[in-house]
Write a protein that binds this ligand. Structure first.
Ligand SMILES: [Fe+2]
Ligand SMILES: [Fe+2]
Ligand SMILES: [Fe+2]
Length: 425
């Protein structure tokens, strides 16, 4: 299905990357999506699913919470069995995936993954999707009930989990799914497999199976746009940051004279550069003042987290590095990898300049967005302190008005596509 000459990324690799990114919102617990995928696939196997449906529901489990960007929403979902506002993340997840053809098949079950079983018959959803939605619902709630017992007394706690799930049978879950769960839960192995060490290995193994769906460069860009939306939603102060960095980085790459495909790859790196911020606590991102040392040390881990998400995507190649190096400076200034000057590619330097430029233009909790003059002065200062590349900054200063418009989102050519995709969310 893929066509691009030097680009070949399997869809499943991207599904796993989305889960790795989204699960960072769970802070200390980053395996919820994996466990839901595993539980759902085990129940599916018990009721006689085909191999392809088993793989489908595993991926659905990985993706089901892609509408959750904040710690606050995450903890409400974890702490209440039936939270009134759960529909919000179902809606966001649905909207994100429905227009991306390779993942559109997951959108309906995601929309209804907190809808009680009896209500599903009133909704506009096929029997297959209704079953999948409810299978994710039950698997999700099994995991929530069990979550505090992993790594300690899960084999003792299982009885209570089973009792609660049975109590909710019919009112919430399809009786067929509940009885399949009762059968598989009798094996200790089912529960032990949910421990962190095992579930990460299991997911890793699943990731090695090809989905036989190869994504084109354009599709990777579309998917990166979706991922950028997820991270930019983390805080109103970072709204559209990644997409504007991507627009600006692409523009700088173009006027620098790089090839079309190189420019597109830089755009993708821009979209993905801050994915690791999904692991930065809400209160650090939104602190209305300068960060203290502890908060700064937490914040400064995010580009490594970005690297960790992207480096596992086979075929993404250098794009992972360009994204992960966005806080690296010349001759080892910056963080966290300190590449030598030779290893800091021009593409990474472009993303770094675009990132600083956009961040300065945007309002932050402790300061207002800056005007062109202030921004260019700061960029020139960063060249002097070795944080940014001189040639790139000079180019940006020469084209500062255009760069400013792009960074602010006032340049219609660049933001149109983005606005169309998520216009009424
Ligand atoms: Fe969930
Ligand atoms: Fe960053
Ligand atoms: Fe950034």
């Amino acid at each position: 299905m893929g066509q691009s000459t030097d680009f070949n990324i399997d869809l499943r690799q991207m599904v796993i990357a989305i889960e790795t990114a989204v699960s960072l919102v769970g802070m200390n617990d980053t395996n919820h999506g994996k466990r839901v995928g595993y539980i759902a696939s085990q129940i599916g196997r018990e009721i006689g699913f085909s191999d392809s449906d088993i793989q489908y529901v595993f991926e659905l489990g990985l993706l089901h919470d892609c509408g959750v960007s904040t710690e606050q929403m995450h903890s409400s979902l974890v702490n209440h069995f039936d939270w009134d506002d759960a529909y919000i993340h179902c809606n966001i997840g649905y909207r994100l995936l429905k227009s991306f053809e390779p993942l559109a098949k997951f959108s309906k079950p995601i929309l209804y993954h907190h809808t009680p079983w009896p209500e599903l018959s009133k909704e506009d959803i096929s029997a297959h999707d209704a079953m999948m939605a409810n299978l994710i619902f039950i698997s999700d709630r099994i995991d929530i009930l069990a979550a505090s017992h992993y790594e300690t007394d899960i084999l003792l706690a299982r009885e209570g989990v089973v009792r609660s799930i049975k109590d909710y049978s019919e009112a919430y879950f399809s009786p067929e799914l509940v009885s399949a769960f009762e059968k598989i839960e009798r094996s200790e192995a089912f529960w032990i497999a949910l421990e962190n060490r095992h579930i990460t290995r299991y997911t890793w193994d699943m990731g090695r199976l090809s989905s036989n769906y190869s994504l084109t460069l354009e599709q990777i860009k579309q998917l990166s746009l979706i991922m950028s939306y997820i991270v930019d939603q983390k805080s109103p102060f970072t709204a559209q940051h990644s997409v504007r960095v991507a627009d600006l980085a692409k523009y700088i790459a173009t006027i620098f004279g790089l090839s079309d495909s190189q420019c597109k790859k830089i755009e993708i790196a821009g979209l993905l550069h801050d994915l690791g911020k999904l692991h930065t606590p809400d209160n650090v991102l939104e602190k209305p003042g300068p960060l203290n040392n502890t908060e700064r040390s937490i914040m400064d881990q995010h580009s490594y987290e970005t690297y960790e998400i992207l480096r596992h995507i086979e075929g993404l190649g250098e794009i992972a590095l360009w994204a992960a190096y966005h806080h690296e400076g010349i001759e080892g200034a910056g963080y966290p990898f300190h590449p030598s000057e030779r290893d800091l590619s021009i593409e990474a330097r472009i993303v770094a300049v675009a990132d600083v430029f956009q961040a300065l233009v945007q309002d932050r909790p402790y300061r207002k967005g800056m005007d062109i003059e202030k921004v260019t002065n700061i960029l020139i200062g960063f060249v002097e302190s070795g944080k940014l590349d001189k040639d790139i900054v000079n180019l940006v200063v020469e084209n500062s008005a255009k760069c400013f418009d792009i960074a602010k989102g006032d340049d219609p050519v660049h933001n149109q596509e983005y606005l169309n995709l998520f216009s009424d969310m």
